[in-house]
Design a protein around this ligand. Structure first.
Ligand code: SF4
Length: 354
């Protein structure tokens, strides 16, 4: 079969198989993939909007026992620049975020050996008492870690965190959901099955999540396909993923080093992800790891959202990357791509059209 025939069938509503995904990855014309991805996106969102969110990333600690080889952020507890954030600083950061129009905080950190459930339930409930803000926080590895430190199951941990104010979970810590990759880049991190189990439990208790993928470290296209297969299957079961967010590995200041995937490779995977993940509403383009121009181009490869105007991002910055964009710049990027910019909330409700 020719790539064009498969693309035409996808546009008629047929689900793409893994084999076809690999075939299209190898053979399809990049712009044909882009056109198909945009058609599918525009059918889902005929309103012409491309969205973004204003949020703040807050990293409560950089102490982490996991020591991922791609990570430039973590520190040993004894390191002179190790920290655990106190409430005063946390509140100051949230206050600043609220004043800057943020609707969400993404609180994430290292796997600190001494921070158990009480630290987090206290943190979340005190945030909710003071601020009207969505807490989109803690990744699956953190949930497993907090459960372990606290002698709880992950389901109990999620339930207690949700009761304290956790609204939804980011999909971080997924990297590439294939244990061949995970054992090499993050030997101490939870494996694929555990990440999927925590996500399923979150969905079952009513917490929505996103699904992320960090491509471009030691992964092949087959590994990435396994990732997409796993999240598409779980989404069929639970419908609990709000969005798919793909980042590229940032070589720099870490143990793994290596090289960066090209922008064309990123855009090809982005378009293919839009086509493969037919049960995901939102696919995000990443200007944080790709830069503003490629972030803007992602709109032409099937992205309907540009993620966050972030007030702080320490983890990517630790790898030596410091792309920053203001709300005005993001609005301008979207407008110049011929689309209408809109600010959204965590649940993708439109808050304001520009
Ligand atoms: S990526 Fe996260 S879990 Fe891995 S070492 Fe860095 S902070 Fe720890």
């Amino acid at each position: 079969m020719k790539p064009g025939v498969i693309l035409a069938e996808i546009l008629e509503g047929r689900r793409i198989s893994g084999e076809e995904f690999l075939f299209l990855y190898q053979e399809a014309d990049l712009l044909a993939l882009a056109r198909a991805a945009v058609t599918i996106r525009d059918r889902r969102f005929p309103n012409d909007l491309i969205t973004f969110i204003i949020d703040r990333n807050i990293n409560y600690t950089n102490v982490c026992s996991c020591r991922c080889k791609f990570c430039a952020f973590y520190r040993e507890a004894t390191s002179p620049d190790a920290y655990v954030m106190g409430k005063e600083e946390l509140f100051r950061k949230i206050e600043e975020a609220v004043n800057a129009g943020a609707t969400q905080v993404m609180i994430q950190g290292g796997l600190h050996p001494e921070l158990g459930i009480d630290y987090f339930t206290d943190m979340f409930s005190s945030i909710k008492r003071k601020y009207d803000i969505t807490i989109h926080s803690l990744t699956a590895p953190e949930i497993v870690h907090i459960a372990g430190v606290s002698g709880l199951t992950t389901r109990e941990t999620l339930q207690r965190l949700a009761a304290a104010g956790l609204d939804s979970l980011p999909g971080g810590g997924a990297e590439v959901l294939h244990d061949e990759v995970r054992t090499r880049i993050s030997p101490n991190k939870i494996r694929t099955a555990e990440w999927l189990r925590v996500m399923q439990e979150a969905h079952e208790i009513g917490l929505k999540t996103t699904a992320t993928m960090m491509m471009g470290s030691l992964d092949t296209v087959e590994h990435r396909l396994a990732h997409l297969e796993a999240i598409r299957e779980l989404q069929d079961k639970t419908g609990g993923f709000r969005a798919f967010i793909m980042w590229t590995y940032q070589p720099g200041n870490n143990e793994l080093m290596g090289s960066k995937v090209t922008s064309l490779e990123y855009l090809r995977m982005l378009a293919l992800s839009r086509l493969y993940l037919d049960n995901f509403a939102h696919v995000q383009g990443s200007w944080v790891t790709q830069g503003k121009q490629i972030g803007q181009l992602s709109i032409f490869f099937g992205a309907d959202d540009l993620g966050s105007v972030m007030l702080e991002e320490n983890v990517v910055r630790a790898a030596g990357l410091a792309y920053k964009a203001s709300k005005e710049e993001i609005i301008d990027l979207i407008r110049k791509a011929g689309k209408t910019p809109a600010q959204r909330d965590t649940a993708y409700n439109i808050l304001k059209i520009f």
